[in-house]
Design a protein. Sequence first.
Lengths: 199, 450
Amino acid sequence: MSRLSRPRRRAFAGLLAAALYCLSTGVTAAQIWKLGMGDKSTKYQPFKDPAGRFELEYPAKDWKLLPSGGSSLAVFARNDGPTLFIDHVRLTEALTAVEVAGMPAVELSTLKEQQPKGRDFKSDMVDSKAGKGVLIRYSRDSATGTGPETVVQYSIAVGLELFRLNGVMPDKQVAKYEPVIAYMIQSFKAPAAASSSKH
Amino acid sequence: MPRLVVFRGDAVESEIRLTGSPVRLGRHARNDVVLDDSLNGVSRFHAEIRPEGNSYVIVDLNSRNGVWINGRKIKDKATLSLGVPATVGAFELALEDDASGTFDGRPAYPKTIVSSAAVSDTVRPARAPAPARQGPAFSPQTRQILIWSGAAAAVVLICLVTFFVVRGRSRQAQVAVVEPPVAAPVAPIETPPPAPPEDPNKALNEQDLTAAREQMAAKDYAGAVRDHLQPILERDPENAAALELKKQAEETIALETASKVAVKKAPPKPDTPAETETPGIARKAGESYAEYTARVRQVQQNMAEGKTALEKQEFPAALAHFRLVDRDAPKFQGVDALIADTVAKQQKAVDVAIDSGQQNETAGKILEARRWYDVALQRDPASTVAREKRAAVILKMNANAEALYGQATYAQKSGNAARAAELFKQVIDNTMPGDEFREKAMKQMEAQKR
């Protein structure tokens, strides 16, 4: 077996990293969703909102519940960077089916406005335990200067509540934490979930 | 010798012997026998008694009341007979034989004055009975009364005649004046005429009614009202016949006036043309000339309007006009070929519009595509292709509009008002007036502005 020279090994590693990067950024939101469904390697623990507005599962090891404020109901973070924010908006009226169908376009356009430096936006309508929601994946540069990061946003309306779950992870940890974020999102439930099925 | 005895009533007034000389009698003092009559029945020189042959005659000296013998007025003169008295005014003169009296051959009184005021109470001597008078025997006094009564009646009669003559003339003068009716002055009548047996106006009214009817029959309604009916109504405002005739006349006058106005307003009619036919439009059997000319006008108008519509590419209207022309005047001015040409142009125009619509649809310009399909349908409302294409585009537009509208309301409900407004505007921009979601979006926009 011939040994590769050092420059050639570096070139091969570069090509592999590029291929993996392209693979990671080129997947659809739905494929991300499937990643979460297949994550069996992590042990999760349930979390119930003290106010009873929602519940989910988060990794039992190395993840903490941070103090929340403003529109955030809860913030889950790991020491080395991955974070999940749960935001909440009170709807003026319950959504109709047409409005639920219109969510992806609005959420995407709104997100693009809010993240003018965001890129590679991809959106899909996916089902969770709480009901049908919009999953948007995009990349941006970290505001703290830690480099590029990937953001996964899941928006779901339950009754008169609109929840937005934002998972943020450094690009270099996407492969490791994206399935975890996806699992946490998929485990999200709201008490009025039964009503959302009508949509 | 005979003597003349003058009686007044049954009393002898005087006697005079007749000597053969004429004896004049009268009221005047120069007479031989003065007959003083306060009633003026005796003229100043009334009569004269003259001898004529063996008798005496009495001559009337053109007296006013004359001399009467046996109830008859004498003419010029008459013979006095014994015992037959002659009447002069209120006196009677009797010729008597002197043998029976005191006649002494000369006049007893050269002049005798007989006064009615000094009537003697001497009893009238017996006279030979006067022969029976023929006819009514009136005393002179009675005759005087009768004469004066007759005169008074004549005066009254003259007054009545004058009254009616003057009244009649004044009425005629009133009729001659058109307006205003001024009453002609009526001569004052001192003596009121006797009450007529019936209303004198009735006859006048009847005359005027007859005349008015004749004038109305001659169609002189205004004249009938002016000359006859109006005078009647002035005399008798409630005369039913006059009122009815006046109403009829006035209605007829109003109708005539209205028809004259209508005639004046109507455009001047050309002289009646000769019954000529327009080339290309044959007159149908049994069709009157008026009907024919009306049809010709309609055909020409339809042809002109059809050509105008064709120039504007309003093919349905053009075809409708041309087909009417073809119906009313087949092949008039080659209308059948014109119809075929119009149909071809219409089809070509429809095809162009449908092609344009499809190109826009392919380019995602749904609204533009729909507009082109609308144009195609305007050019041919019966075009099935255009109709189906348009329906499909409308469905697509509605679906898009509904999705946009859903996004807008989602943004609105989730508190993103700016995005909602932007989306509502997109709904409006991508729909057409009357579309369901356009109307909804407009209402939401108005609500947001409020």
